[in-house]
Design a protein around this ligand. Structure first.
Ligand code: KIV
Length: 252
């Protein structure tokens, strides 16, 4: 498989080919995902919920993102490695945002993801430093306390707002945009209007690509969102295997 670059993602949209993205937080899963032929591996700050046991993504630190980005980057050969900018790493000022993006690249990320459209000047500064930026609109988990965990972009005003934000991110130079928990009709409209790819999660099937949290897809997370149908129940398989080992060893 050819190494995935941001330019290749643009070509995939032009050729009407879907982009596939999943999350990874450690070396073994990143290796599996890369070997399975994913276009993008996201070191998501969902790390907080699914791997570190936090209630949400808000406590995730730069230091934690750096450790997990290094582990993922060491495993990946072909997929594009994108790292999330955690809450608090880009809000203070643009210089700090760019400095934190540089740290993630030094840890092995090839691009970074920023939530929302409120930090356009930070996005531009990061791109000026030579780092590709992936936008993220709709439900943005770092704003859960403001938005609530619910579908965004319902109603003409909200719809128009998200479309405008997507256009602003494209204009700022983002190479693609994640659309999370928005109505399928809105996701399809944005996908048609933007020249950059859209990657949906809980946004229907009409985006240029799809992203899921790997732990949800594989049935490893206890509380997956309702729009995910896990393909396998790895949690059950792992638990039964360990229980068997306990039985065998203790000769119960
Ligand atoms: O952190 C994450 O895993 C994400 C995806 C849900 C897009 O942002």
């Amino acid at each position: 498989m050819e190494k995935v670059t941001v330019n290749r993602l643009r070509k995939l949209k032009l050729q009407d080919q879907k982009i596939v993205m999943l999350t990874a937080y450690d070396f073994p899963f990143a290796r599996i995902l890369d070997e399975a032929g994913l276009d993008i591996i996201l070191v998501g700050d969902s790390l907080g919920n699914v791997a570190l046991g936090y209630k949400n993504t808000l406590p995730v630190t730069m230091e934690e993102m750096l450790v997990h980005t290094r582990a993922v980057a060491r495993a990946v050969k072909n997929s594009l490695v994108v790292a999330d900018m955690p809450f608090g790493s880009y809000q203070e000022n643009d210089d700090k945002a760019a400095a934190n993006a540089v740290k993630l690249v030094k840890a092995g990320a090839e691009a970074v993801k920023i939530e929302g459209a409120g930090y356009i000047s930070a996005v531009k500064k990061i791109i000026k430093a030579g780092i590709p930026v992936l936008g993220h609109l709709g439900f943005t988990p770092q704003s859960v306390n403001l938005l609530g965990y619910k579908v965004q972009g319902r109603g003409t005003r909200d719809e128009r707002k998200i479309l405008k934000e997507a256009q602003a991110l494209e204009k700022a130079g983002c190479f693609a945009v994640v659309l999370e928990l928005v109505p399928e009709k809105l996701a399809a409209k944005i996908t048609k209007i933007l020249k950059i790819p859209t990657i949906g999660i809980g946004a229907g099937g009409k985006t240029d690509g799809q992203v899921l949290v790997t732990n949800d897809l594989l049935g490893l997370y206890e509380n997956p969102p309702s729009f995910v149908k896990p393909k396998v129940n790895l949690r059950k398989i792992a638990k039964e295997t360990v229980a068997d080992f306990v039985k065998e060893t203790k000769l119960i």
